[in-house]
Design a protein. Structure first.
Length: 256
């Protein structure tokens, strides 16, 4: 019953904002400035009949999701090393601070000079998401219950069991909060990189071409698709993390 009421509430909220969107577009009466929901959906349906549309989604999804995965794996591994060896943390600290401080556009220009635009969004999304995972996991490791670790040392618990029964439960909130933040940041930075670098057959390139031809309905349609694919990507990452932790706490994971 509660889920049904919650679903109805969500539908009403979405309908309200669609109505606001439609009213704004009617009041402005300029399809170049803002396209209404009908025009956007119509453009999206037209785009779905084009082969380049699906190729662009595939290329962007593989590159940006691959970059997020690289950032995730490298961040977790290096955070584990930093938690174990303080010298690793000290060496990586300046690098992480630089990555956090440099604007995305600077990274994009540098990567374009070094590597071209073919894998631009993959590299950018990896660079942007790496510090998120690294810092979150490192803080989680530092916050692990010291008494539990001391007890594990007294009973000579195997390293694998320490990871499974002490570190992993302790890192659960850090893992899922990092995923929520990193996937969103990865897609925003990756799409921005594609708009700037203009690799062909990508969602960012589709956005840019829509802007050049003043096709605002297609611009909104591409924006909607980027949001949709980003949400799907986050769901996939959370599913993988849920499988890693097991199914018994899946409901808890959704609430983190």
């Amino acid at each position: 019953m509660f889920n049904k009421v919650s679903m109805i509430k969500k539908v009403i909220i979405i309908a309200f904002w669609l109505l606001v969107w439609e009213l704004v577009s009617v009041l402005i009466e300029n399809p170049i400035l803002i396209a209404g929901p009908y025009e956007t959906v119509k453009a999206l349906i037209e785009m779905m009949g084009e082969k380049d549309f699906w190729l662009s989604i595939k290329n962007s999804f593989l590159n940006i999701t691959g970059g997020i995965l690289i950032g995730c794996v490298s961040g977790v591994l290096l955070a584990c090393l930093s938690g174990k060896f303080s010298i690793v943390s000290e060496v990586l600290s300046p690098f992480v601070k630089v990555i956090k401080s440099i604007p995305v556009v600077s990274f994009v220009v540098i990567i374009l000079l070094w590597c071209g635009n073919t894998r631009l969004s993959l590299i950018i999304s990896a660079l942007i998401t790496f510090p998120i995972f690294y810092l979150s996991i490192l803080e989680g490791i530092k916050g692990t219950d010291k008494k539990a670790l001391e007890m594990a040392a007294v009973f000579r618990m195997k390293p694998l069991y320490r990871v499974k029964y002490i570190y992993m439960p302790s890192l659960r909130p850090a893992v899922f909060s990092a995923l929520s933040l990193a996937v969103g940041m990865g897609w925003r930075s990756g799409a921005a990189a594609e708009v700037i670098g203009q690799p062909l057959l990508t969602m960012g390139n589709g956005l840019y071409r829509s802007k050049i031809f003043l096709a605002t309905d297609r611009l909104f349609a591409w924006t909607f698709m980027i949001i949709l694919v980003s949400v799907i990507s986050e769901k996939l990452f959370r599913l993988l993390a849920g499988l890693l932790y097991g199914n018994k706490n899946r409901q808890t994971d959704k609430n983190i």
